[in-house]
Design a protein around this ligand. Structure first.
Ligand code: IMP
Ligand code: MG
Length: 185
């Protein structure tokens, strides 16, 4: 089985690049259908969602705008629960359909913060497109309109997701080997 070592941890391949691309195309198809004529603003959450967003937008065929925000709640392999500031939301979202594009919704704390901020700013329709959802880890009630793949509560890297800054460039998904998964969560 294909494995990668990142810093002190070993990961083994769990989702192929083909399966990822298939899931992206399915999400885009739903969005094209649901949001035709709604002039959506896609709000991409950096850094993790850069790869999903780039692939997704190649399949989105309706007129739309794309912008990027940055914030993080994660260090190493464990959620700190501390969500930092949101940077870069300069566009006016009042009265608009906004689609937040995320790599993964884990506890939902990050998404709750983003959605809350968009509500405050008067967005009229707030939707979430996340590549991954860890349903067993979810603690907050957040909209989850478009979920590409649901995965178990294990730490993964690749396709934009990192371990301590590394692994984002992998085109497949790799899961932390069980030997060390005891250490997390
Ligand atoms: P939440 O606030 O707990 O939902 O965490 C969301 C953020 O945690 C995501 O945007 C990711 O950056 C990070 N994250 C959650 N699970 C993983 C994982 O398995 N690998 C890498 N990053 C993760
Ligand atoms: Mg993220």
């Amino acid at each position: 089985m294909k494995t990668v070592t990142i810093k002190d941890k070993e990961f083994s391949i769990s989702i192929s690049a083909e399966k990822i691309q298939e899931a992206v195309a399915n999400v885009a198809e739903q969005i094209n259908w649901d949001l035709a004529g709604k002039d959506p603003l896609f709000l991409v959450v950096l850094n993790g969602a850069f790869m999903f967003a780039a692939d997704l937008m190649r399949h989105v065929t309706i007129p739309c705008e794309i912008t990027f925000i940055k914030l993080s709640s994660y260090e190493g392999t464990q959620s700190t629960g501390v969500v930092k500031e949101i940077f870069g939301l300069n566009e006016s979202v009042a009265g608009r359909t906004v689609v937040v594009v995320e790599d993964i919704v884990d506890t939902g704390i990050t998404m709750e913060r983003i959605v809350g901020s968009l509500r405050e700013k008067g967005a009229s329709d707030i939707r979430v497109a996340t590549f991954f959802l860890k349903p067993d880890s979810l603690k907050r009630d957040v909209p989850l309109n478009y979920v590409a793949l649901r995965i178990p509560n294990q730490f993964i890297v690749g396709y934009g997701l990192d371990y301590d800054g590394y692994g984002r460039n992998l085109k497949e998904i790799y899961t932390l080997q069980s030997k060390s998964s005891e250490e997390i969560k």
